[in-house]
Write a protein that binds this ligand. Structure first.
Ligand SMILES: [Mg+2]
Length: 503
C-alpha cells in the first residue's frame, strides 16, 4: 500500500499518490454521513478459484444425485470473467460492447468463429432487461456460467435426457445453484475452513476505523444470514482491530438477509436479531441505531439515521443488487468493488509501450487507407472526365501509386497483427480485458460508469484517499476534442504526401 507520510505542503505536491479510486461522478466523501457495506466479495474477499471450485463441486454433486452424468466435469477458472452475458436461447456466452453489440462469443466451452458470430448476432442488440440474457454480475457467477457452458456441450451431444433446450437447461442450473447455496452445506464448508477460502486484507479494518473515527455511520447490509456473517466478519476483522474492539463496534446498523435488490425496491418485513444464534423478533416501528436486523428496507435506514439517500455511500461488488438499484431507486451514492481491477490495471501498464506502438501503426494504417481512397477517387474522376483535379499525374501513374500504397498497407498489417492479438488477449486469453470490447468500452464498463459513482479494487483502497477526500471525475473525452482533431490532421498530411490528391 502506497501511503506517504506527508510532512509539509511541498511534500504533497512532490509526492502525488497513485489514484486507487476511479471516479465516474464527483463525490465529496466529507458530505457522506453514512457508508454502507456489502459483505461477500466487498468487506470479505474470497479466494475466487477455491470458492468457485467448491461451489461448482457442490452443485455438480446435486446434479449427480439427480442422475446426471457429470462425474468428469471440472471447474475451469479461465473459462469465464465477470461482465459476460449468457444467451439462454442459443446456449452461448457473449461479450458485448457498450452498445450491446456482440464482439466475442462461446458456444458451450468452444469459441465461436468471427463469421459465425456475425451470422448469429449481426441483427441482435443485447438488451439486459430482456429475459433472454443473463449478465454475470459478480464473481459468484463464475461457477454457474462455467457449469452452464459445460452442460451445453453435453446437451449438444444428447447426453442430458429430458432437457429440451438451452433455456430450460439454464433454469435448471440456476435452480440447483440457488438450492445449493440455501441448503447450507457449501457455507458450512467455508465457515469451518476460512483460512482456505478467505483472502485476508489487514488494511480493510483500518480503512473502516478511519471512517468510523471521522464520524461516519457505518452500515453492514448483506444478503448472507446472521450466523455466517457473524463468523466471517469476526474472522476477517477482529484480529486487526485495536484493544478489545470487535467488528460489531464499527457498525451503527447491521442488516443481514437484506434480500438486495428487493431491499432497495420493496418494503420487506423487519426483524431484530436478539440472540447470538439468530433468534428473531418482529419489529413494527423501524430500525434503531446500533441494532442488528434481518430484512427491512432502505427507507428505514434513512429514517433510523435521520439522513437523506444522497448522504449515504453504498459500497458493494454486485453490479445490479448493490449499485444499480441503490442508485436508481434510493438515489444513494455508490461505489463498486471490482477486485479484478488490480490485475487489469497491471496488465494494461505492462502493455503500455506495445500499446503506443500499436496506436502509431493504426494511425499509419488509417493514413494509408485514406490516401488510397483519395487516389482511387482521383483516378475515377480522371477516367470518367468530371470534377476538379490536382496535379497532372496520368491514370497509369495513379494506379502505380495505388499499388505501392497497397503494398505498404500489407506491411503495416503484418506488423499490427501480433500486437493486436496480444492486446485482445490481455488479462484473459479468451475474453480480453474486463472493461474493454475491442477499442470500445465493454458492456460491463458501461454498467459501471452508469451506476457506480466511483469504483475501486478493494475496500482498503479508501486508505489512499482518506475519509475527507473530494473525489473529482476527470473531464470525459469526445470525438471532436482537439487532440483527436490533430490526429485527423496527421491523416490529411499523409494523404497529401502520398500524391497531393486530397481535394
Ligand atoms: Mg457481495
Amino acid at each position: 500500500m502506497e501511503r506517504n507520510p506527508v510532512v509539509s505542503s511541498d511534500a504533497i505536491e512532490l509526492a502525488p499518490q497513485r489514484s486507487r479510486i476511479f471516479c465516474n461522478r464527483t463525490l465529496n466523501l466529507r458530505a457522506m454521513h453514512a457508508i454502507g457495506y456489502d459483505m461477500d466479495y466487498t468487506l470479505i474477499h474470497y479466494n475466487v478459484r477455491d470458492w468457485e471450485n467448491t461451489a461448482f463441486e457442490h452443485v455438480k454433486r446435486n446434479f449427480i444425485d439427480q442422475g446426471w452424468p457429470l462425474e468428469s466435469l471440472r471447474y475451469d477458472h479461465e473459462l469465464m470473467i465477470r461482465g459476460l452475458v449468457i444467451d439462454k436461447e442459443l446456449g452461448n456466452v457473449v461479450k458485448t460492447d457498450r452498445f450491446g453489440t456482440v464482439k466475442h462469443a462461446f458456444h458451450g466451452t468452444q469459441p465461436m468463429r468471427f463469421e459465425d458470430i456475425k451470422k448469429v448476432y449481426a441483427q441482435v442488440v443485447v438488451d439486459l432487461s430482456a429475459d433472454r440474457w443473463e449478465f454475470l454480475n459478480t464473481l459468484f457467477s463464475m461457477s454457474e456460467a462455467c457449469l452452464f457452458a459445460q452442460l451445453v456441450d453435453l446437451l449438444d451431444a444428447s447426453k442430458l435426457p429430458g432437457i429440451l433446450g438451452y433455456a430450460q437447461l439454464y433454469r435448471k442450473v440456476r435452480w440447483t445453484m440457488d438450492y445449493t447455496h440455501m441448503e447450507g452445506r457449501l457455507k458450512n464448508e467455508i465457515v469451518s475452513n476460512p483460512d482456505r477460502f478467505v483472502d485476508l486484507d489487514p488494511e480493510a479494518p483500518l480503512a473502516l476505523l478511519d471512517q468510523y473515527h471521522a464520524g461516519k455511520k457505518l452500515l453492514l447490509i448483506t444478503n448472507s444470514e446472521w450466523t455466517y456473517s457473524r463468523k466471517m466478519m469476526s474472522y476477517a476483522f477482529d484480529r486487526f482491530l485495536p484493544g478489545n474492539m470487535t467488528w460489531r463496534d464499527l457498525f451503527a446498523l447491521i442488516i443481514v438477509e437484506a434480500r438486495k435488490p428487493a431491499f432497495f425496491t420493496s418494503r420487506n418485513p423487519l426483524f431484530e436479531v436478539v440472540s447470538e444464534d439468530g433468534l428473531l423478533r418482529p419489529v413494527y416501528d423501524g430500525m434503531k441505531s446500533d441494532g442488528i436486523y434481518l430484512g427491512g428496507h432502505a427507507g428505514q435506514v434513512e429514517e433510523a439515521l435521520g439522513i437523506e439517500g444522497n448522504q449515504i455511500l453504498f459500497v458493494g461488488d454486485h453490479i445490479f443488487s448493490d449499485v444499480h438499484v441503490s442508485k436508481d431507486v434510493q438515489r444513494w451514492r455508490t461505489a463498486l468493488v471490482l477486485r479484478e481491477l488490480e490485475a487489469e490495471v497491471e496488465a494494461v501498464r505492462g502493455f503500455e509501450s506495445d500499446q503506443r506502438r500499436l496506436a502509431e501503426l493504426m494511425e499509419r494504417k488509417e493514413a494509408l487507407e485514406s490516401g488510397y481512397s483519395h487516389l482511387r477517387l482521383q483516378a475515377q474522376r480522371l477516367k470518367n472526365g468530371y470534377g476538379p483535379r490536382t496535379g497532372d499525374a496520368s491514370l497509369e501513374q495513379m494506379q502505380g501509386t495505388m499499388q505501392e500504397v497497397r503494398a505498404q498497407l500489407q506491411t503495416v498489417d503484418a506488423d499490427i497483427r501480433p500486437l493486436a492479438r496480444a492486446s485482445a488477449e490481455l488479462s484473459s486469453t479468451s475474453w480480453g480485458l474486463l472493461m474493454r470490447a475491442g477499442n470500445d468500452k465493454s458492456q460491463l464498463a458501461r454498467q459501471v460508469e452508469r451506476y457506480a459513482d466511483i469504483y475501486l479494487a478493494k475496500v482498503s483502497d479508501f486508505l489512499v484517499h482518506t475519509p475527507f477526500a473530494y473525489l473529482r471525475a476527470s473531464r470525459g473525452s469526445l470525438p471532436h476534442d482537439p487532440g483527436r482533431i490533430e490526429a485527423q490532421d496527421m491523416v490529411q498530411s499523409v494523404d497529401l504526401a502520398l500524391g497531393g490528391s486530397r481535394l
